[in-house]
Design a protein around this ligand. Structure first.
Ligand code: ITT
Length: 201
């Protein structure tokens, strides 16, 4: 393997991915940097399926040998809401709706719900593919709960309302370095690096 292309159009994710993989001596390009523009229909029924759909769609556009395409499909599962928004996290209330509004709506739906029923987790599936198809998929999760108000300015998306018991704050209040060490994305990418090394890809 001589290069990784990341099949994401989400700049916040891409920033975290670059930082998580910063010690890897490997060329890492975003889809846009690789000159690939694609509208991908994410119609899978799980994080793993959607990650695989994205990785395979982009890998099918790559001609060069030695290139592995990785894709991240992630989201927030809230137990009290039947695991919503789950795989629909980006589309919840509409793709272009600001997260301030999405987060407010979730807090409203959780109004009056006691702490023990506010459990939630971020999930991240990372899929790897090359031009011959899927290579493997990994998953990482981080357990937490939905707080009572948004807090913190780091991170993105649902970070301001997702709190960690061990730290007593939201993941938007953690330093980016600490979030990346603990996060669903950090864990899934770590597992993916190990798998690719074991498989000698
Ligand atoms: P790509 O498909 O182009 O990668 P996307 O934003 O559409 O970008 P997903 O379908 O995987 O990506 O949706 C992930 C959503 O889950 C993301 O937009 C956030 O709303 C949420 N999410 C995932 N990881 C998160 C994190 O670390 N912090 C906060 N929210 C997160």
């Amino acid at each position: 393997m001589k290069k990784i292309i990341f099949a994401t159009g989400n700049q916040d994710k891409m920033g975290e991915i670059r930082s998580i993989l910063s010690d890897w001596e490997m060329e890492i390009q975003s889809m846009r940097e690789a000159g690939i523009e694609l509208e991908i229909v994410e119609d899978g029924q799980s994080f793993e399926e959607n990650a695989s759909i994205k990785a395979k769609a982009v890998a099918a556009q790559v001609q060069e040998d030695g290139v592995v395409v990785l894709a991240d499909d992630s989201g927030l599962e809230i137990d009290y809401l039947g695991k919503e928004p789950g795989i629909y996290s980006a589309r919840y209330l509409g793709e272009d709706t600001p997260y301030k509004i999405k987060n407010q709506k979730i807090l409203e739906r959780m109004n009056g719900v006691p702490k023990e029923k506010r459990t939630a987790r971020f999930v991240c599936a990372i899929a790897a593919a090359d031009k011959n198809g899927e290579i493997c998929v990994t998953r990482g999760t981080i357990e937490g709960y939905i707080g009572w108000e948004p807090s913190g300015a780091h991170g993105f998306g649902y970070d301001p309302i997702f709190y960690l018991d061990e730290y007593g704050c939201s993941t938007a209040e953690l330093s980016p370095e600490l979030k990346n060490q603990l996060s669903h994305r950090g864990k899934a990418l770590f597992a993916m690096r190990q798998k690719l090394a074991e498989m000698a890809v």
